[in-house]
Design a protein around this ligand. Sequence first.
Ligand SMILES: Nc1ncnc2c1ncn2[C@@H]1O[C@H](COP(=O)(O)OP(=O)(O)OP(=O)(O)O)[C@@H](O)[C@H]1O
Ligand SMILES: [Mg+2]
Length: 258
Amino acid sequence: MTGMSEDERFAPAAAQPAGAVARPRRPRGAKAADRGRLKIGDDWNAIRIIALSQSNPLKAIAEFVENSIDAHAKTITITRGREHGEHYLSIRDDGDGVPRDEDGKPNFKYVATHICDSIKRRLKTEGAGAGLQGEFGIGLLSFWTVGDQLTMISTGADQRSYQMILSKGQSGYSVSPRRVLFAERGTELKISPLLEGIRTLSGEKIQWYLASELRDRIRQAQVRVTVIDKLARKQYEVEPRAGRSPCCWSGRKSIVPS
Ligand SMILES: Nc1ncnc2c1ncn2[C@@H]1O[C@H](COP(=O)(O)OP(=O)(O)OP(=O)(O)O)[C@@H](O)[C@H]1O
Ligand SMILES: [Mg+2]
């Protein structure tokens, strides 16, 4: 709280410094105790509401691809398949990987504890986030519309691989090292098992959606996006194409045309 006097706090907006938020005038007779700032009452409930507000699984997949492009990936592979009797979807990229902590490990804790407070928004404010699309810090949560569990894998400076696991409807997260011979650069997301309606989402449909929804982004970033549908034994290159404007698709980042 700043050391403002009551009179200063209730000063007319015009008398405030540029950029200051205009405060509502205090109604005659109202005491300072009758005013305040809005605040989230229940963090987990707010997170649930945000996670459930994304209902389009294709848009969720586009969010993951956007994250890969934000991490400067040049190759992104989306795979649809089945393993140990469970359907999965994976998104693998060769980008920068999850930003690392001071020990050189992927800072999954930061990701899990900064929902609605994206580091990208901070970078943009500091002028260091040119070309980044992310800003809300909620895109990853949209895995709730795709499947039950999200495993996010990335490599540390020690060339070891680490993972974070999030589960739909649960507030906890867990981070652990993975035992792999060669840790690759970049990030992999694996969502499994897929929700019932998503199991039938073909690689072809994913390819068509991304080609339209992310056409400008894919073109500008010159990124190669491939969809491998192991169930249909088919592979598709996402070719940015003209078509329905992305704003016509439902999605939280879309701007509805007038
Ligand atoms: N493929 C990826 N490579 C590297 N870091 C990633 C990747 N995907 C997610 N992250 C990290 O996880 C964070 C959270 O991702 P999320 O999509 O939820 O939020 P955001 O991209 O910051 O903002 P927005 O909600 O607007 O997309 C990112 O800010 C980024 O640090
Ligand atoms: Mg994002």
